[in-house]
Write a protein that binds this ligand. Sequence first.
Ligand SMILES: Cc1cc2nc3c(=O)[nH]c(=O)nc-3n(C[C@H](O)[C@H](O)[C@H](O)COP(=O)(O)O)c2cc1C
Length: 194
Amino acid sequence: MGAEGRELILAITGASGVAIGVRLVEVLVERGEAVHLVISSGAETVIRQETGRAIGDLKALATFYHSPHDLAAPLASGSYVSPNVRAMVVAPCSMKTVAAIASGFAENLIGRAADVILKEGKRLVLVPRESPLNVIHLENLLRLARVGVAIVPPTPPFYQRPSTVPELLDQIVGRILDQVGIHTDLTRRWSGHP
Ligand SMILES: Cc1cc2nc3c(=O)[nH]c(=O)nc-3n(C[C@H](O)[C@H](O)[C@H](O)COP(=O)(O)O)c2cc1C
């Protein structure tokens, strides 16, 4: 696995739970991480539906913003990704984007960047959201897990008794960041019997 590179790619796609992607941008930027953000057209619709967030403000928050249609962005090339990028997170990840990545259908920058991450041997973390899952969804996720992709469904640890939505989101975000080697205090960690 190519562990070198400091930058992170974060893609937000059009599944429910876009607040997870939004919180990830905030936390990563607060920590001084260099973040390449890509927001799919589907995600823009869901961001408008689920949050009061101005999409322009969100794009401005990231270190770099790339249009999902820009297949000439640096992220589309292994020659950029190999030395510069450590990992890619797709949160939340729609079943359409799961299918695109599982089949190498690199029609937009999110699918292409994920394809590049895999061919360059880098860490890919997907936060798939759909319910219930059908056999096609499950087969696509299994195919990805088999090539080393981390599949991190946005399921909070209820044994930590989160009592507010922001707290619940932070538990999920902390678990996602653990998967790219960024260990925060967002997640309350189990230390044995209560
Ligand atoms: C409000 C809303 C919620 C949605 N939630 C989901 C979801 O949870 N999971 C999913 O796979 N698709 C969901 N979709 C459908 C996707 O947005 C749609 O399949 C889209 O083409 C995904 O494209 P993208 O992956 O490029 O963003 C939702 C759509 C809307 C409008």
